[in-house]
Design a protein around this ligand. Structure first.
Ligand SMILES: Nc1ncnc2c1ncn2[C@@H]1O[C@H](COP(=O)(O)OP(=O)(O)OP(=O)(O)O)[C@@H](O)[C@H]1O
Ligand SMILES: [Mg+2]
Length: 464
């Protein structure tokens, strides 16, 4: 959907409302101007008619001569109406006298304005009044307003109004533009904080805003961030605990298998060897069966050893992470009989890591290498473990970066959409340690897995 910024939307709204108001006010002003013109015409007509009455009385009372009637010049001299003509039409419908005041405008106005004004009003509408005295009709007096004067008056009024309105709208818009920008500034802070929250960063809090609505919103977002921060911390702690329990379980299983099953197999192997030895002379058939039992027992012991290594690398606790990884890599190189060449690179010291982190890192490498052996058909695989310092706000933060790359058949990352238990477990471990996991398809083919674990996080989490 197309969106507008609130600032432009409000400005557009103000300009539209101002234009509509201006249009209605203009119409109102034009209407008033027209009404005024008509009133003036009517007043002029009335006053001239009055004068003609007086003139008739003067003629009747012999104060004046009959041929002096009508005399509109008197009206022309006495009154100060402008843009108006008076016409006296006698009994025989002939114009007996016509006088004008004002008119002859030199100013001009736009053609559209004249067209509009003439459409809406009638600036040249004439008014008339019959003149009679003592029951006798003498003629009709007509008042003809000058349309030029009416148009000019209306145009002057509109020009003033438009100038004022445009000035008001522009200054109002400029003021509002800055005022709205200032008032909406908190929204940028809020959006910035919400974007941070999207990346699981819940530590920052909104400042206080002086506008109540923003203040409420800020408080609610702060509360939400605090709740999410607690939830995330709890989830991480739980995931870490689960991973820890899983490791404990595996350790226990490995010990039981080693101590119970391993010992029994060793016993069985010893008995089988004894049977073989004893039966070699007298019961050669039995001796060969004894040898078979020894073979099967040896095979089972090999399987058990492999299983024990997967459950808990035999001397992980004694060897530590780096040496255990070396053993793992050597194991894969021998198992694969050269099909894939596995290589390990370690940069930095890993001896002081707490006890959950090394075993988790080991498990992650173990799963990735198993996947390479199972799915990639790669000729080379590289495991790179680094401990690096990354600049954080005002300080350095230690990170463990694990890169595992192969040049196998992976050409895209579609498999991530339907991960198996292995990749899910990998993801869970990384999340539990507060880290980040990334898959990249290599060119021309192959897979690169990038794991980044901030060390401080892991320490905080595991110390809870
Ligand atoms: N290095 C790799 N090269 C090519 N494909 C891979 C690679 N690693 C994983 N995949 C693909 O990702 C899929 C999911 O891997 P995942 O480890 O989750 O499951 P899995 O190995 O099939 O079974 P398991 O749950 O026992 O590990 C694999 O089936 C495989 O198609
Ligand atoms: Mg797997």
């Amino acid at each position: 959907m197309r969106t507008f910024s609130l600032k432009s939307y409000l400005l557009l709204l103000i300009i539209t409302v101002a234009t509509l108001c201006l249009m209605f006010t203009s119409l109102w002003v034009l209407y008033q101007t027209d009404k005024q013109t008509q009133q003036q015409t009517q007043q002029a007509l009335n006053s001239a008619a009055k004068q003609l009455h007086v003139q008739r009385i003067r003629v009747q009372t012999n104060f004046d001569r009959a041929e002096n009637f009508p005399n509109l010049a008197l009206w022309q001299e006495a009154e100060n109406y402008s843009g108006l003509c008076l016409r006296f039409i006698g009994v025989e419908a002939t114009v007996e006298q016509s006088v004008c005041r004002g008119g002859g405008m030199t100013e001009s106005w736009p053609a559209w304005f004249e067209l509009l004004y003439r459409k809406l009003f009638h600036p040249d509408k004439a008014l008339e009044q019959p003149i009679s005295h003592a029951g006798q009709y003498y003629g009709t007096l007509m008042a003809l307003p000058s349309d030029d004067v009416a148009l000019n008056n209306a145009w002057q009024d509109i020009r003033k109004l438009m100038g004022l309105a445009v000035l008001t709208t522009i200054s109002l818009s400029v003021m509002l533009y800055f005022a709205i920008g200032y008032l909406l500034a908190p929204s940028r802070v809020i959006i910035h904080d919400l974007q941070k929250m999207k990346t699981n960063e819940f530590s920052s809090r909104m400042p206080d805003f002086f506008i109540t609505e923003w203040q409420y919103m800020g408080q609610e977002i702060n509360q939400l961030a605090a709740d999410l921060q607690t939830n995330l911390a709890e989830r991480k702690a739980l995931a870490l605990k689960l991973v820890g329990i899983q490791e404990q379980e595996r350790k226990f299983l490995a010990r039981e298998l080693h101590d119970e099953f391993g010992q029994s197999l060793a016993g069985l192997s010893a008995v089988a060897s004894l049977i073989t030895q004893l039966a070699e002379k007298d019961y050669p058939l039995l001796a060969s069966q004894g040898e078979k039992i020894t073979e099967i027992t040896t095979h089972m012991m090999d399987l058990l050893r492999g299983m024990l290594i997967r459950l808990r690398p035999s001397d992980f606790d004694e060897l530590g992470l780096v040496d255990s990884l070396k053993v793992l890599i050597t194991g894969w190189n021998t198992q694969n009989s050269g099909k894939t060449h596995y290589q390990l690179e370690v940069i930095g010291d890993f001896s002081d890591l707490n006890d959950t982190l090394p075993v988790n890192l080991f498990r992650m490498v173990q799963e990735c290498l198993t996947n390479i052996a199972k799915h990639s058909r790669a000729s080379k695989a590289l495991v790179m473990l680094q401990r690096i310092n990354v600049p954080a706000v005002g300080k350095w933060r230690e990170h463990i970066v694990l890169n595992i790359e192969d040049d196998g058949i992976a050409s895209d990352l579609t498999f991530i959409k339907r991960p198996g238990i292995g990749l899910l477990g990998l993801q869970e471990r990384v999340e539990a340690l507060g880290g980040m996991l990334q898959f990249n398809a290599l060119s021309p083919s192959g897979l690169a897995i990038h794991i980044d674990i901030p060390l401080q996080n892991t320490r905080e989490e595991s110390s809870e």
